[in-house]
Design a protein around this ligand. Structure first.
Ligand code: 0PR
Length: 361
């Protein structure tokens, strides 16, 4: 046992620590979330008749998110392992409902849609756009085989929001589904932006991740659908278990993750998340100010994510790593990515910018 523990300790020491991580959309989970996770470690939501308490927590966490996004009363929710599973599941449902095999998707959408396209055998029609997707560019990509449009609230490289309300109007006119990927932005934008990107805009589905700005333990994802009946498309009888039906990709699922999400959401509440988001935005502005003072070029942030333009992405990432910093990168856009998560303090930002100045010409 001692030997195993020593091995675990050594492995843990090889893991990066959050006080050096600047490029991740994850953060240290809130202590309340960790506590709840530990309490429900045995629970399996795949067989929810056995774990009815966990199931209730899952439903309550879902209600909390549904309220955040103004879901209509007949909505359905699936608690998932995160944005990837949510995105694949949404496209799966819309393929079944429409019987069509094309998706219209912004250039800067997350690579989980590439996985979805491969698994579901759906063709991606890519809408080009500098930092986000404009409504005016969407229409020409819609055709008779379009199943759904994907729009992003807080995209992966720039943290920008697509023109979701306007895109929703087009989708409603064309009678096609609109899925909103708010995996990252869903816990920030409602608190700091005036933009309407949720069910009020007339969207079909939306996902958000608790394990990103929700400060919940990994894995935590929420997928909300406008109509409960849509779940019927992916519902299967779960034979031999204590539960009659499952709807979703996974079988056995961690009840601990649902309890952990419930706990942090109800502990922080909407006001708590507003404070977290405002604090992250304040630190984002601090970072931008330091970059301005040094003449370092960046993409104007909309949420708590700053894409810094550099000449040689690979070289910059390597040099920063040698100084102990982990930053995100996107070679295609020529940027390194700083996500100003709740664990990213002003002190970290100050030290990082000092080091960044040393490594860029
Ligand atoms: N949608 C968007 C807009 C995302 O940015 C991501 C992940 C996903 C969906 C998929 O989410 P899951 O990975 O939870 O399934 N974006 C992060 C990124 O690419 C994922 C991540 C998080 C990567 C932490 C690294 C990391 O350390 O940055």
């Amino acid at each position: 046992m001692d030997d195993i523990m020593r091995q675990l300790q050594r492995a843990k020491e090889e893991d990066a620590r959050f006080d050096r991580i600047l490029g991740s959309m994850c953060t240290r989970p809130h202590p309340v979330s960790v506590k709840a996770y530990e309490m429900f470690i045995e629970s399996n939501l795949g067989d929810y008749e056995l774990f009815r308490g966990s199931k209730k927590l899952e439903e309550k966490a879902m209600e909390w998110v549904a309220k955040l996004f103004h879901a209509p009363s007949g909505y359905a929710g699936i608690f998932t392992s995160g944005g990837t599973e949510s995105n694949i599941t949404a496209l799966w449902i819309f393929k079944k409902l429409s019987g069509k095999r094309e998706i219209v998707i912004p250039q800067h959408a997350h690579f989980s849609f590439e996985k979805a396209s491969s698994i579901l055998d759906m063709k991606m029609k890519i809408v080009e756009g500098k930092y986000s997707m404009r409504a005016g560019d969407v229409k020409k990509h819609i055709g008779k085989n379009t199943s759904c449009v994907v729009a992003v609230a807080g995209n992966t490289p720039f943290g920008r929001m697509d023109e979701i309300a306007e895109i929703a109007e087009i989708c409603n006119d064309e009678n096609i589904f609109l899925h909103v990927d708010a995996a990252f932005g869903g816990f920030v934008a409602p608190f700091i932006s005036e933009k309407i990107f949720d069910f009020r805009a007339g969207i079909s589905s939306i996902c958000v991740d608790g394990h990103k700005m929700g400060m919940a333990c990994i894995p935590s994802g929420f997928l909300l659908l406008r109509h409960r009946e849509w779940l019927g498309e992916i519902k299967v009888r779960s034979r031999c278990t204590h539960t009659r039906f499952q709807a979703g990709m996974l079988g056995t699922r961690p009840g601990a993750a649902a309890a952990a999400s419930y706990a942090v959401m109800h502990h922080l509440g909407y006001e708590g998340y507003r404070r977290v988001a405002e604090n992250c935005m304040e630190n984002t502005r601090h970072l931008v100010k330091l970059l301005d003072e040094r003449g370092i070029d960046y993409v104007e942030p909309e949420l708590n994510l700053v894409a810094i333009r550099v000449d040689d992405v690979d070289e910059t990432v390597k040099k920063l790593a040698s100084l102990g910093w982990f930053v995100g990168r996107d070679e295609e856009s020529g940027i390194i990515r700083i996500v100003v998560m709740p664990h990213v303090t002003k002190e970290m930002i100050n030290k990082f910018v000092e080091d960044l100045e040393k490594v860029i010409p």
